[in-house]
Design a protein around this ligand. Sequence first.
Ligand code: AMP
Ligand code: GLY
Length: 422
Amino acid sequence: MNILLLGSGGREHALAWKMAQSSRLSKLYVAPGNGGTSEVAENVELAVNDFPSIASFCQAKKVNMIVVGPEDPLVNGVKDYFETNEQLKHIAVIGPDAASAQLEGSKAFCKKFMQKHQVPTAAYQSFTANELEAGHAFLESLKPPYVLKADGLAAGKGVLIIQNLAEAKAELKNMLEGKFGKASEKVVIEEFLDGIEFSVFALTDGKNYVLLPVAKDYKRIGEGDTGLNTGGMGAVSPVPFVDAAMMKKVEETIVKPTINGFAQDQMNYTGFVFFGLIKVEGTPMVIEYNVRLGDPETEVVLPRLKSDLVELFEMTANGTLDQATVVFDEQSVCTVMVVSEGYPGSYPKGKKITGLENVTDSQVFHAGTTLKDGELLTSGGRVMAFSSYGNTKEVALAKSYASINKVCYEGITFRKDIGFDL
Ligand code: AMP
Ligand code: GLY
């Protein structure tokens, strides 16, 4: 089987690394990939949203399957593009169609879906610009802090959590007037949930599903979870506060109603479902769905998956995931992300990375790196994730930190407290 993977982050390097281990794989391409994916696959210079060029490439190289890393091409309809074309529809796209990707692309769609299928989530209402007064009235009915969410994709910046009512009212007005462009033409206001967050991932064929190992990521740039939100600074799997009983609750009250909801609503959903969850007084609730894997969660989840991922993708495409068995590694896997100085604000690129050949105890997944004239250079905010196995998370983390100490580039920055709060 020939596979094209779309994307260029640490998540995609981990996906490529895992798929490359499969006996089912003949050839793996990654578009556009990064300095790490080129070690396990062939990078192709194609933009993830350039569907006509992706289609020509797939035809020329006899690609049988496209695996989609990021949400963008899904929201833009990459699955629809292939399925509605006679010449392309034999190529399986692992990911939901555009309508189903609205679960991530529109907070209002997502909340409506959860309400309809009785998936536990925060109470909410949504508002447009001509409903400002109703929005203000709804804010007055809530207790602080106030949670305001731009309806559309806003590069992870569209959620505001505000303590003060007057400020929340002013921000609602700003958002409806275009603070996040089109993404905040509609705003979801919801009840604040007080708890601890974790991530659960399922792979589904639209009717059946398998669960992947549970993970927790660390979103803030600063130690002690302070400072600005990032794409993610590290992750651990398993998660000590998510035991078997909690996972059973998640599966019964959240995963099953969600997958049954896909079937009931006749959604064309294949691929990953990312349940962004919060444990509130012992009860799991959904903060958000994403229609892809998380980053850096993937860098701890896939190393714990013993089963053949390509085989699971084939079952996903064939609608036979009910026959799948998934085996996890019982060890802990932790990952620590090294980033560029200044991230998530502006940061320099093109810094030379040295010392990777000395790393033996960790799997390094590249995120923002590029190969230029045989040299490995930084090319993004998040640069590399250092993932390690251990019988305990402490052992795994110690390995990741020791590995990071062997690597250097100007301005290397990372959190030293990943997993320490658990
Ligand atoms: P989202 O983009 O919906 O995942 O929101 C981003 C982050 O905002 C989440 O990871 C939570 O930390 C926080 N958040 C979102 N909604 C709520 C809520 N209802 N209560 C508390 N925190 C929230
Ligand atoms: N780590 C969170 C995300 O991928 O959205």
